[in-house]
Write a protein that binds this ligand. Structure first.
Ligand code: ADP
Ligand code: MG
Length: 482
C-alpha cells in the first residue's frame, strides 16, 4: 500500500525540484525590505563575507542567472568568501573567514586529537551529504550535470585551439550570456597568459602586457588589499550590453592564489599606443586624427551613459574618473574608455545608484565645479553624467592643443597646468574653478581652423558651470553639459 504513495511522493519531489530550478528563489537580503529578495528565473542566493579594515563584513542578496556565472561565486582565500546556493533562504547562515583552532586537550597526542575530531566530522559530513542527496537526488544530479557538463562543454567548444580572442568573445555574445565569458573560460584564459612587461601604473598595482596564444592582452594586477576594487571593476565590465567599440574590451577576471597571497587579475584587450595622455605627450595629431579621437571618446561615453531598456537592457553608467590617462588609443586611430573602477550604475526604477557613493572620488584636477564646491545634487543621476561631461571637456582641450595645423600646435599640458600645483588639492582646484571661475584658455590659433573653432565651442559647452541647463556664451546660447 505504501509503494504507490512513495512513488507519487518521489515523483512530486522530482517535479518540485526540477520546477524550482527554473523558477525564482527567495533569499535573505541584507539591504532589502523585510530582509528578503526574490531572484529571477534560474538565479541563486548569494552569501559573502569580506575583510574590511580588519573586520568581517557580511553581505547577502539575490543573484540573477547571468551574474551567477561571473565572479560573484568566487572565493579568494583569506580575503573573502562567496557562496552561491540554490534553495530558498539557503544563504541564511553567516560565513566567516577565519575558523578558530580547537584548543589542545591535555594528555592527547596531535594524531589522536586529529583522529578524534576528523573521524566523527567526516562521518557526519558524509552522512549529511548522503541525506541531502537522497532528499534532493534528482536536483543534485541535475545541478551537477547542468553546471559542470554545460560549463565544460562550453569551455571545450570555446577553447578550441584555433580560436582567437575576438572569435571567443563573439561566440560568447552570440551564446546568449551577453555580459562576459563563462567563469571557467575566463579562468582558463587568465591562467595560460604569460606576462611580458609592465606597461602602466595607476591607482591599484600595475598593468602588464601579456601573451595569450600569441596574442597580446593587457593584465591589470591588483593586490589582495584592493580586492574590492578588482571585484567592482570586473562587475562593471560585465554589465549586460556594455560591450562597445569605444569601451575597453573586457576578457577575464581571475583570482590566483599562490598559497600565501592572492593575485587579482583583470584581463582586457591590449592597445599598443597606450593612454591618450602618453600618446599626446609623444605625438601631435592632424585635424582628421583629432576628430576621430574626439568622436570615438564621445561615442564611448554616450554608450556608457545611455540606459537601454528591456530584458537584455543596460543601466546608465557614470564613469567618475574621465581623464586622458583613462582613455586608450587604438591602432586604428580611435579610442576606448578604460578604468571603470569608480563607475556607478543607475537603477532607473528606484532612481538609486548601485553602491554607496562618496561624491569626491576621481582625480581632483578633473573634478567639476559642483563636485569641488559640494553643490552637486547627489539624488539625481544626471549630476554624475554632467560631471563626466565636464571632464570630457578638459580631455578635448588636451587633445585640441596637440592638433597641428600648418605645423602650428601647442605643447602637451594637463588642464589648469598654469594655475594649480602639479598635485593640486581640492582647495587649489576650488579656488581656480569655482571662486575665480577660470577655465583652460583657448589659444588664438584655434580661430584659424574651422575644426578647432568647433572643438573650442564644444569644449566650452562641456566646461560650462551651470549645472541645470542653459547659460549664455559669447557665441549665442550655450547648452551646458548635455
Ligand atoms: P588604474 O585603475 O590603476 O588607474 P588603469 O586601468 O587606468 O589603472 O591603467 C593604468 C595605465 O596602464 C593606463 O593609463 C595605461 O597607460 C595602461 N593601460 C591600462 N590598460 C591598458 C590596455 N588595455 N592597453 C594598453 N595600456 C593599458
Ligand atoms: Mg586609471
Amino acid at each position: 500500500m505504501t509503494r504507490p504513495r512513495n512513488h507519487t511522493f518521489q515523483a512530486a519531489l522530482i517535479f518540485i525540484s526540477v520546477a524550482q530550478l527554473t523558477t525564482a528563489l527567495k533569499c535573505v537580503c541584507r539591504l532589502c525590505e523585510n530582509n528578503t529578495c526574490e531572484t529571477s528565473a534560474d538565479g541563486a542566493c548569494w552569501n559573502s563575507v569580506m575583510l574590511i579594515d580588519g573586520k568581517e563584513e557580511t553581505d547577502k542578496s539575490c543573484l540573477s542567472a547571468e551574474k551567477k556565472n561571473q565572479v560573484y561565486c568566487y572565493s579568494s582565500r583569506n580575503v573573502s568568501k562567496r557562496n552561491c546556493c540554490f534553495t530558498d533562504f539557503c544563504n541564511n547562515e553567516n560565513l566567516h573567514l577565519y575558523q578558530e583552532r580547537p584548543s589542545e586537550v591535555p594528555g592527547w597526542g596531535k594524531l589522536e586529537l586529529a583522529a578524534a575530531i576528523l573521524v566523527p566530522s567526516c562521518l557526519l559530513c558524509v552522512g549529511a551529504m548522503l541525506g541531502v542527496c537522497v532528499l534532493q537526488g534528482p536536483r543534485c544530479a541535475y545541478r551537477r550535470a547542468h553546471k559542470q557538463g554545460a560549463e565544460e562543454d562550453l569551455e571545450d567548444t570555446l577553447m578550441a585551439p584555433d580560436k582567437c580572442l575576438k572569435e571567443l568573445i563573439y561566440d560568447m555574445s552570440s551564446s546568449g550570456s551577453g555580459s562576459g565569458l563563462p567563469l571557467l573560460v575566463q579562468r582558463t584564459i587568465a591562467r595560460t597568459i604569460v606576462l611580458q612587461e609592465t606597461i602602466g601604473k595607476g591607482r591599484f598595482g600595475e598593468v602588464w602586457r601579456g601573451k595569450w596564444r600569441g596574442e597580446d592582452v593587457a593584465v591589470k594586477i591588483f593586490s589582495s588589499r584592493d580586492e574590492r576594487s578588482w571585484f567592482r571593476e570586473a562587475e562593471i565590465y560585465q554589465t549586460i550590453m556594455l560591450r562597445h567599440e569605444n569601451i575597453l574590451g573586457f576578457i577575464a577576471a581571475d583570482n590566483k592564489d599562490n598559497g600565501s597571497w592572492t593575485q587579482l587579475w583583470l584581463v582586457s584587450e591590449y592597445h599598443e599606443p597606450g593612454s591618450l595622455f602618453d600618446y599626446l605627450n609623444r605625438y601631435t595629431v592632424s585635424v582628421q586624427d583629432m576628430m576621430l579621437l574626439a568622436l570615438s571618446i564621445a561615442s564611448g561615453l554616450a554608450h556608457l551613459h545611455m540606459e537601454i531598456i528591456g530584458t537584455q537592457g543596460k543601466p546608465a553608467i557614470a564613469h567618475r574618473d574621465i581623464k586622458s590617462k583613462n582613455i586608450l588609443v587604438k591602432k586604428n586611430g580611435t579610442a576606448v574608455i578604460a578604468d571603470l573602477g569608480l563607475a556607478v550604475k543607475h537603477d532607473s526604477t528606484t532612481n538609486t545608484i548601485d553602491i554607496p557613493s562618496n561624491h569626491r572620488v576621481g582625480t581632483k584636477r578633473y573634478m567639476s565645479p559642483e563636485i569641488l564646491d559640494d553643490s552637486i545634487n547627489m539624488n539625481s543621476f544626471e549630476s554624475f553624467k554632467r560631471a563626466d561631461i565636464y571632464a570630457l571637456g578638459l580631455v578635448f582641450w588636451e587633445l585640441s592643443r596637440r592638433c597641428s595645423v600648418r605645423g602650428i600646435h601647442e605643447d602637451f599640458q594637463l588642464p589648469y597646468y598654469d594655475l594649480v600645483p602639479s598635485d593640486p588639492s581640492v582647495d587649489d582646484m576650488r579656488r581656480v574653478v569655482c571662486d575665480q571661475k577660470q577655465r583652460p584658455s583657448i589659444p588664438n590659433q584655434w580661430q584659424s581652423c574651422e575644426a578647432l573653432r568647433v572643438m573650442g565651442k564644444v569644449m566650452r559647452e562641456c566646461l560650462c558651470a551651470g549645472s541645470e541647463g542653459d547659460g549664455e556664451g559669447d557665441e549665442g546660447v550655450l547648452v551646458c553639459r548635455l
